[in-house]
Design a protein around this ligand. Structure first.
Ligand SMILES: [Zn+2]
Length: 190
């Protein structure tokens, strides 16, 4: 049995079992954000969701607010700026399906290039970021982990609004695609 879900993807009818979900969230599953995966091998999904929800609440934010802000980022008419902050919009053909198998932002039958990833530069470290960009003559996805660690950027994917809204999931600490609830307001100007 298959069904057509939001945005056309044909998927098995049943949601993944806990162990299957664990596999889909792990690095190297073929269904994760590049090679990083969504969740580190030592992370507990439920605990992470609860801890992040607490952080978010402490900052007076809701999941819906963050999901909406990421949607607005992707809807930004200027591919180089969002709310006064420089951004880098990256175009790809495909976007990963949700590990819960209930959503994909881009139809797998759509082979046009579209923005599926946006790197938001830390507005207080813009000079430092562009200096690094100059030195390295451009940056690739392999630089994301270092850039996030140095707090120079946050990386957003077109899957994030769904992950945050439907699953209260910001991704684990091991991936540079994590939407850190303690930093998201700063990066998205919420
Ligand atoms: Zn989902």
């Amino acid at each position: 049995m298959t069904r057509i879900i939001e945005n056309h993807l044909l998927l098995p009818d049943d949601p993944p079992s806990p162990s299957e979900l664990r596999r889909l969230l792990s690095a190297g599953s073929g269904n994760s954000d590049l090679h990083h995966g969504y969740l580190g091998p030592d992370e507990d999904l439920q605990k992470l969701i609860e801890t992040d929800a607490r952080f978010l609440e402490e900052r007076g934010l809701t999941h819906e607010q963050v999901a909406e802000a990421v949607e607005q980022l992707f809807a930004s008419e200027n591919p180089e700026e969002f709310r006064g902050t420089p951004i880098i919009s990256l175009e790809y053909i495909h976007s990963p399906p949700c590990p819960w198998r209930d959503f994909i932002a881009v139809s797998p039958f759509d082979f046009r290039k579209k923005v599926t990833e946006i790197v938001v530069i830390n507005r207080t470290k813009v000079d430092e970021f562009f200096k690094l960009l100059d030195e390295r003559k451009g940056l690739g996805v392999n630089d994301y982990a270092e850039l996030v660690k140095r707090d120079l950027v946050a990386v957003f994917s077109d899957l994030h609004p769904h992950l945050i809204r439907a699953h209260q999931f910001f991704e684990g600490h091991a991936t540079p695609y994590r939407v850190d609830p303690t930093k998201v307001a700063h990066f998205l100007g919420i």
